[in-house]
Design a protein around this ligand. Structure first.
Ligand code: 5RP
Length: 219
């Protein structure tokens, strides 16, 4: 039986519930993360609270009656659960399609384990087909765009979008990302960049991959 992308997302979100510890959970952003939040609502008594990677996620968690804590008021989290726009077998990811990349990277950095949920269309050999989101301080937009073009990409301003941190997003098209660890550092060194959507220095630890044959677990 073939499954739709939505059904695959729902299946991986359900599988991620097995990783939920008793304490505080880091929760990602996006449609797959939303399915996960809805699943969390069914096991509310089994964990303490959540830390959200975006205002949208915080709102959805609260709408289910799940307590949302400030990251600064908690210690290291056991797990961070989130989706991705692309992921390789080395667990390197492109994230930020929903524009929440900076807070996602912060919560991920504070978590012992990153559980990535993705449907099989997101698994790639080389990152870069999905335009790489870069969060930028508004006054630096033109400067950063020129610097990104020097790296071989074609940056485009995400029109009408402001991040939760009050910044803009440049989506960088046509990058062939042969060395994600190096490129992540290189882009972050451009003055005016807040962060970029490469998650390779802190890759995922577990990938729950939704396939029509079931959820596969990659480590
Ligand atoms: C948001 C993200 C999301 O994880 C990514 O865009 C995947 O989204 P979806 O689950 O809707 O496919 O990084 O900033």
């Amino acid at each position: 039986m073939t499954m739709t992308q939505e059904q695959l997302k729902q299946a991986v979100a359900r599988a991620a519930i097995d990783y939920v510890p008793q304490g505080i959970i880091g929760v990602g952003t996006g449609s797959t993360a939303n399915f996960f939040i809805d699943e969390l609502a069914t096991i509310k008594g089994r964990f303490e609270a959540a830390v959200a990677s975006s205002e949208a996620t915080a709102q959805r968690l609260r709408s289910h009656g799940i307590q949302v804590l400030d990251l600064n008021s908690v210690g290291e989290l056991e797990i961070y659960v989130d989706g991705a726009d692309e992921i390789t077998r080395h667990m390197h990811m492109i994230k930020g399609g929903g524009g929440a990349l900076t807070r996602e990277k912060i919560v991920a950095a504070c978590s012992k384990k990153f559980i990535c949920m993705a449907d099989e269309s997101k698994l790639v050999d080389v990152l870069g087909k999905f335009p790489l989101p870069v969060e930028v301080i508004p006054m630096a937009q033109s400067h950063v765009a020129r610097e990104l073009a020097k790296l071989g990409g074609q940056p485009r301003l995400r029109a009408g979008f402001t991040t939760d941190n009050g910044n803009v997003i440049l989506d960088v098209h046509n990058l062939v990302i042969a060395n994600p660890v190096e490129l992540e550092t290189q882009i972050n060194q451009i003055v005016g960049v807040v962060t970029n959507g490469l998650f390779s220095q802190r890759p995922a630890d577990v990938l729950l991959l939704g396939t029509t044959g079931g959820v596969k677990i990659l480590r």
